[in-house]
Design a protein around this ligand. Structure first.
Ligand code: CP
Ligand code: NVA
Length: 318
Protein backbone atom coordinates (compact mmCIF):
# COMPACT_ATOMS: atom_id res chain seq x y z
CA UNK A 1 0.00 0.00 0.00
CA UNK A 2 1.28 3.46 -0.91
CA UNK A 3 0.58 7.00 0.29
CA UNK A 4 1.27 10.30 -1.46
CA UNK A 5 2.38 12.81 1.16
CA UNK A 6 5.27 14.35 -0.80
CA UNK A 7 5.94 14.27 -4.53
CA UNK A 8 9.26 12.72 -3.51
CA UNK A 9 7.39 9.63 -2.23
CA UNK A 10 7.27 8.64 -5.91
CA UNK A 11 10.23 7.40 -7.88
CA UNK A 12 11.10 9.43 -10.97
CA UNK A 13 9.79 6.54 -13.10
CA UNK A 14 6.48 6.50 -11.20
CA UNK A 15 6.07 10.26 -11.61
CA UNK A 16 6.74 9.96 -15.33
CA UNK A 17 4.34 7.02 -15.49
CA UNK A 18 1.55 8.95 -13.77
CA UNK A 19 2.06 11.91 -16.12
CA UNK A 20 2.05 9.73 -19.24
CA UNK A 21 -0.95 7.70 -18.05
CA UNK A 22 -2.89 10.94 -17.46
CA UNK A 23 -2.03 12.34 -20.88
CA UNK A 24 -3.12 9.03 -22.45
CA UNK A 25 -6.32 8.73 -20.39
CA UNK A 26 -7.31 12.27 -21.39
CA UNK A 27 -6.96 11.45 -25.07
CA UNK A 28 -8.99 8.27 -24.85
CA UNK A 29 -11.67 8.86 -22.24
CA UNK A 30 -13.31 5.54 -21.42
CA UNK A 31 -16.80 5.55 -19.94
CA UNK A 32 -15.95 2.97 -17.31
CA UNK A 33 -16.46 3.12 -13.56
CA UNK A 34 -13.57 1.09 -12.12
CA UNK A 35 -14.05 2.60 -8.67
CA UNK A 36 -17.71 1.62 -8.34
CA UNK A 37 -18.36 0.69 -4.72
CA UNK A 38 -15.35 2.65 -3.45
CA UNK A 39 -15.84 5.32 -0.82
CA UNK A 40 -13.37 8.14 -0.13
CA UNK A 41 -13.01 10.50 2.81
CA UNK A 42 -11.86 14.07 2.34
CA UNK A 43 -10.95 15.86 5.57
CA UNK A 44 -10.01 19.51 5.09
CA UNK A 45 -8.80 21.89 7.80
CA UNK A 46 -8.53 24.77 5.28
CA UNK A 47 -10.77 26.13 2.52
CA UNK A 48 -10.58 24.67 -0.99
CA UNK A 49 -12.26 25.02 -4.36
CA UNK A 50 -10.07 23.13 -6.84
CA UNK A 51 -8.75 20.31 -4.69
CA UNK A 52 -12.08 19.41 -3.16
CA UNK A 53 -14.15 19.67 -6.33
CA UNK A 54 -11.59 18.05 -8.64
CA UNK A 55 -11.22 15.08 -6.25
CA UNK A 56 -14.95 14.70 -5.66
CA UNK A 57 -15.77 15.07 -9.36
CA UNK A 58 -13.05 12.59 -10.33
CA UNK A 59 -14.19 10.08 -7.73
CA UNK A 60 -17.78 10.36 -9.00
CA UNK A 61 -16.68 10.04 -12.64
CA UNK A 62 -14.89 6.80 -11.80
CA UNK A 63 -17.95 5.42 -10.01
CA UNK A 64 -16.91 6.11 -6.41
CA UNK A 65 -18.53 8.10 -3.64
CA UNK A 66 -16.95 10.73 -1.41
CA UNK A 67 -17.60 12.03 2.08
CA UNK A 68 -16.34 15.54 2.86
CA UNK A 69 -15.69 16.64 6.43
CA UNK A 70 -13.99 19.69 7.88
CA UNK A 71 -11.14 19.15 10.30
CA UNK A 72 -13.24 20.87 12.93
CA UNK A 73 -16.17 18.49 12.73
CA UNK A 74 -13.84 15.50 12.97
CA UNK A 75 -11.80 17.11 15.75
CA UNK A 76 -8.62 15.78 14.13
CA UNK A 77 -6.16 15.01 16.92
CA UNK A 78 -8.38 16.87 19.40
CA UNK A 79 -11.48 14.74 19.90
CA UNK A 80 -9.39 11.59 19.61
CA UNK A 81 -5.85 10.75 18.61
CA UNK A 82 -4.79 10.89 14.97
CA UNK A 83 -3.91 7.20 15.19
CA UNK A 84 -7.44 6.31 16.30
CA UNK A 85 -8.93 8.52 13.54
CA UNK A 86 -6.76 6.74 10.97
CA UNK A 87 -7.60 3.23 12.17
CA UNK A 88 -11.32 4.03 12.32
CA UNK A 89 -11.50 5.70 8.93
CA UNK A 90 -9.67 2.74 7.41
CA UNK A 91 -12.67 0.52 8.33
CA UNK A 92 -15.01 2.55 6.10
CA UNK A 93 -13.17 4.06 3.14
CA UNK A 94 -10.72 3.02 0.42
CA UNK A 95 -8.55 6.19 0.57
CA UNK A 96 -8.27 9.42 2.57
CA UNK A 97 -7.48 12.90 1.20
CA UNK A 98 -6.30 15.37 3.83
CA UNK A 99 -5.73 19.13 3.77
CA UNK A 100 -3.96 20.20 6.94
CA UNK A 101 -2.07 23.08 8.54
CA UNK A 102 0.80 20.93 9.83
CA UNK A 103 2.43 18.37 7.55
CA UNK A 104 3.11 16.18 10.61
CA UNK A 105 -0.65 15.56 10.87
CA UNK A 106 -0.82 13.95 7.43
CA UNK A 107 2.33 11.93 8.25
CA UNK A 108 0.91 10.68 11.55
CA UNK A 109 -2.40 9.73 9.97
CA UNK A 110 -0.63 7.87 7.18
CA UNK A 111 1.48 5.98 9.71
CA UNK A 112 -1.64 4.43 11.22
CA UNK A 113 -3.99 4.19 8.21
CA UNK A 114 -4.58 0.89 6.45
CA UNK A 115 -5.67 2.64 3.24
CA UNK A 116 -3.79 5.13 1.02
CA UNK A 117 -3.51 8.66 2.40
CA UNK A 118 -3.15 11.55 -0.06
CA UNK A 119 -1.86 14.97 0.91
CA UNK A 120 -4.34 17.50 -0.51
CA UNK A 121 -2.09 20.35 0.71
CA UNK A 122 -0.11 20.87 3.88
CA UNK A 123 2.20 23.66 4.98
CA UNK A 124 5.08 21.74 3.34
CA UNK A 125 3.74 20.34 0.09
CA UNK A 126 0.96 20.14 -2.45
CA UNK A 127 1.92 17.04 -4.45
CA UNK A 128 -1.43 16.70 -6.27
CA UNK A 129 -1.07 20.24 -7.61
CA UNK A 130 2.44 19.53 -8.84
CA UNK A 131 1.36 16.25 -10.45
CA UNK A 132 -1.39 18.03 -12.41
CA UNK A 133 1.02 20.84 -13.29
CA UNK A 134 3.60 18.48 -14.77
CA UNK A 135 0.80 16.98 -16.88
CA UNK A 136 -0.01 20.50 -18.14
CA UNK A 137 3.67 21.21 -18.83
CA UNK A 138 4.01 17.90 -20.71
CA UNK A 139 1.02 18.77 -22.88
CA UNK A 140 2.56 22.17 -23.63
CA UNK A 141 6.22 21.26 -24.01
CA UNK A 142 6.44 17.51 -24.67
CA UNK A 143 9.57 16.07 -23.06
CA UNK A 144 10.28 18.07 -19.88
CA UNK A 145 13.90 17.12 -19.37
CA UNK A 146 16.10 20.12 -20.17
CA UNK A 147 13.24 22.67 -19.97
CA UNK A 148 13.30 25.60 -17.54
CA UNK A 149 10.73 26.43 -14.87
CA UNK A 150 11.13 29.95 -13.45
CA UNK A 151 9.38 30.23 -10.10
CA UNK A 152 8.80 33.78 -8.90
CA UNK A 153 7.91 34.00 -5.22
CA UNK A 154 7.71 32.30 -1.88
CA UNK A 155 9.34 28.95 -1.06
CA UNK A 156 5.96 27.57 -0.07
CA UNK A 157 4.17 24.23 -0.38
CA UNK A 158 3.62 24.66 -4.13
CA UNK A 159 7.23 25.68 -4.77
CA UNK A 160 8.56 22.74 -2.75
CA UNK A 161 6.53 20.11 -4.62
CA UNK A 162 7.40 21.69 -7.98
CA UNK A 163 11.12 21.90 -7.16
CA UNK A 164 11.12 18.22 -6.17
CA UNK A 165 9.35 17.36 -9.42
CA UNK A 166 11.80 19.40 -11.49
CA UNK A 167 14.71 17.55 -9.88
CA UNK A 168 13.01 14.22 -10.63
CA UNK A 169 12.21 15.09 -14.24
CA UNK A 170 15.45 16.85 -15.19
CA UNK A 171 13.88 20.32 -15.46
CA UNK A 172 15.95 23.32 -14.55
CA UNK A 173 14.54 25.18 -11.49
CA UNK A 174 15.28 28.92 -11.36
CA UNK A 175 13.80 30.53 -8.30
CA UNK A 176 13.56 34.29 -7.78
CA UNK A 177 12.86 34.84 -4.11
CA UNK A 178 14.00 37.22 -1.33
CA UNK A 179 16.85 35.65 0.60
CA UNK A 180 14.88 35.52 3.85
CA UNK A 181 12.15 33.42 2.19
CA UNK A 182 14.28 30.67 0.69
CA UNK A 183 13.81 26.95 1.46
CA UNK A 184 15.44 25.63 4.62
CA UNK A 185 19.20 25.03 4.29
CA UNK A 186 19.94 21.58 2.94
CA UNK A 187 16.75 21.24 0.86
CA UNK A 188 18.47 21.68 -2.51
CA UNK A 189 21.49 19.63 -1.39
CA UNK A 190 19.28 16.68 -0.39
CA UNK A 191 17.49 16.79 -3.74
CA UNK A 192 20.81 17.04 -5.55
CA UNK A 193 22.09 13.99 -3.65
CA UNK A 194 19.03 11.94 -4.69
CA UNK A 195 18.89 13.29 -8.27
CA UNK A 196 22.47 14.15 -9.27
CA UNK A 197 21.35 15.69 -12.58
CA UNK A 198 19.08 18.20 -10.81
CA UNK A 199 19.70 21.87 -11.60
CA UNK A 200 18.33 23.96 -8.76
CA UNK A 201 19.24 27.59 -8.53
CA UNK A 202 18.17 30.78 -6.78
CA UNK A 203 18.47 34.07 -8.63
CA UNK A 204 18.12 37.50 -7.10
CA UNK A 205 16.11 39.14 -9.84
CA UNK A 206 12.83 37.93 -11.36
CA UNK A 207 14.15 39.28 -14.70
CA UNK A 208 17.10 36.91 -14.50
CA UNK A 209 14.82 33.96 -13.74
CA UNK A 210 12.46 34.42 -16.69
CA UNK A 211 14.95 35.23 -19.45
CA UNK A 212 15.16 31.65 -20.74
CA UNK A 213 12.05 30.24 -19.13
CA UNK A 214 9.70 27.77 -20.75
CA UNK A 215 7.29 28.09 -17.82
CA UNK A 216 6.86 31.06 -15.48
CA UNK A 217 5.10 30.02 -12.29
CA UNK A 218 3.96 32.08 -9.35
CA UNK A 219 1.80 31.63 -6.26
CA UNK A 220 0.49 33.83 -3.46
CA UNK A 221 2.98 35.60 -1.20
CA UNK A 222 0.90 34.74 1.87
CA UNK A 223 -0.32 31.16 2.10
CA UNK A 224 -3.23 29.91 4.17
CA UNK A 225 -2.15 29.93 7.80
CA UNK A 226 0.31 32.83 7.35
CA UNK A 227 -2.28 35.62 7.41
CA UNK A 228 -0.61 37.38 10.36
CA UNK A 229 2.54 37.84 8.22
CA UNK A 230 0.69 39.47 5.32
CA UNK A 231 1.97 43.03 5.74
CA UNK A 232 5.60 41.91 6.07
CA UNK A 233 5.28 39.59 3.09
CA UNK A 234 3.68 42.25 0.88
CA UNK A 235 6.72 44.40 1.52
CA UNK A 236 9.30 41.65 1.04
CA UNK A 237 7.81 40.35 -2.22
CA UNK A 238 6.85 43.69 -3.82
CA UNK A 239 9.56 43.27 -6.50
CA UNK A 240 8.46 39.70 -7.26
CA UNK A 241 5.25 40.41 -9.17
CA UNK A 242 4.58 38.70 -12.48
CA UNK A 243 3.39 41.61 -14.65
CA UNK A 244 3.60 42.43 -18.36
CA UNK A 245 6.94 44.21 -17.94
CA UNK A 246 8.45 41.00 -16.56
CA UNK A 247 6.75 38.86 -19.19
CA UNK A 248 8.27 40.99 -21.96
CA UNK A 249 11.72 39.84 -20.79
CA UNK A 250 10.81 36.17 -21.25
CA UNK A 251 10.72 34.26 -24.55
CA UNK A 252 7.34 34.86 -26.27
CA UNK A 253 6.74 31.10 -26.14
CA UNK A 254 6.90 31.07 -22.32
CA UNK A 255 3.65 30.09 -20.62
CA UNK A 256 2.41 31.42 -17.28
CA UNK A 257 1.12 29.10 -14.57
CA UNK A 258 -0.48 29.74 -11.17
CA UNK A 259 -2.05 27.09 -8.95
CA UNK A 260 -4.88 29.50 -7.99
CA UNK A 261 -6.44 31.04 -6.02
CA UNK A 262 -4.60 34.18 -7.13
CA UNK A 263 -4.33 37.43 -5.24
CA UNK A 264 -4.78 39.53 -8.38
CA UNK A 265 -2.66 42.66 -8.29
CA UNK A 266 -0.23 41.15 -5.76
CA UNK A 267 1.88 38.29 -7.15
CA UNK A 268 0.29 38.52 -10.62
CA UNK A 269 -1.56 41.20 -12.57
CA UNK A 270 -4.93 40.77 -14.29
CA UNK A 271 -3.25 41.48 -17.62
CA UNK A 272 -0.94 38.48 -17.26
CA UNK A 273 -3.40 36.12 -15.58
CA UNK A 274 -6.02 36.80 -18.27
CA UNK A 275 -3.48 37.21 -21.08
CA UNK A 276 -2.63 34.93 -24.02
CA UNK A 277 0.37 33.31 -22.30
CA UNK A 278 -1.62 32.22 -19.26
CA UNK A 279 -2.67 28.56 -19.05
CA UNK A 280 -4.14 28.68 -15.55
CA UNK A 281 -7.55 27.20 -16.31
CA UNK A 282 -6.20 24.33 -18.40
CA UNK A 283 -3.90 23.79 -15.44
CA UNK A 284 -6.88 23.72 -13.04
CA UNK A 285 -8.65 21.21 -15.32
CA UNK A 286 -5.71 18.83 -15.19
CA UNK A 287 -5.99 18.52 -11.43
CA UNK A 288 -8.99 16.24 -11.92
CA UNK A 289 -7.45 14.04 -14.63
CA UNK A 290 -4.16 13.65 -12.73
CA UNK A 291 -5.91 12.79 -9.46
CA UNK A 292 -8.13 10.24 -11.21
CA UNK A 293 -4.97 8.53 -12.47
CA UNK A 294 -3.43 8.72 -9.01
CA UNK A 295 -6.49 7.11 -7.36
CA UNK A 296 -6.63 4.35 -9.97
CA UNK A 297 -2.95 3.62 -9.45
CA UNK A 298 -3.06 3.72 -5.64
CA UNK A 299 -6.05 1.35 -5.65
CA UNK A 300 -4.37 -1.10 -7.99
CA UNK A 301 -6.70 -0.45 -10.94
CA UNK A 302 -4.11 0.96 -13.35
CA UNK A 303 -0.62 -0.22 -14.13
CA UNK A 304 1.64 2.68 -15.02
CA UNK A 305 3.24 2.87 -18.46
CA UNK A 306 6.94 2.13 -18.20
CA UNK A 307 8.73 5.35 -19.20
CA UNK A 308 11.07 5.07 -22.16
CA UNK A 309 14.61 4.72 -20.86
CA UNK A 310 16.27 7.93 -21.87
CA UNK A 311 19.15 9.55 -20.07
CA UNK A 312 18.24 12.82 -18.35
CA UNK A 313 19.53 15.52 -20.67
CA UNK A 314 21.55 18.08 -18.79
CA UNK A 315 20.89 21.51 -20.28
CA UNK A 316 23.98 23.47 -21.23
CA UNK A 317 24.92 25.95 -18.51
CA UNK A 318 23.67 29.38 -19.48
N1 CP B 1 -4.86 25.05 -6.21
C1 CP B 1 -5.60 24.60 -5.18
O1 CP B 1 -5.25 23.64 -4.49
O2 CP B 1 -6.77 25.27 -5.01
P1 CP B 1 -7.76 25.11 -3.78
O3 CP B 1 -7.05 25.69 -2.58
O4 CP B 1 -8.98 25.91 -4.16
O5 CP B 1 -8.05 23.66 -3.57
N1 NVA C 1 0.45 28.36 -1.24
C1 NVA C 1 -1.00 28.40 -1.24
C2 NVA C 1 -1.53 27.38 -2.19
C3 NVA C 1 -3.03 27.31 -2.29
C4 NVA C 1 -3.50 26.27 -3.26
C5 NVA C 1 -1.52 28.17 0.16
O1 NVA C 1 -1.03 27.26 0.83
O2 NVA C 1 -2.39 28.91 0.59
Amino acid sequence: MRHLLSLGDLSAAELQGLIQATVQRKKRPRPTTPLRGSVFALIFEKPSLRTRVSFEAGMARLGGTSIFLTGQEVGLGVRESLADCARTLSQYVQAIVLRVYRHEVVEELARHAHVPVINGLSDREHPCQALGDFVTMTELLGELSGKTLAFIGDSNNIARSLAIGCAMLGMRWRHACPEAFRFEPGFFAALQARFPEAQLQYVDEPAEAVRQADIIYTDVWTSMGQENEQAQRRQAFARYRVDSDLLRLAPPSARVMHCLPAHRGEEITDEVLDGPQSVVFAQAANRMYAQETLLLWLLGKLPLPVPKRRPVRRPARR
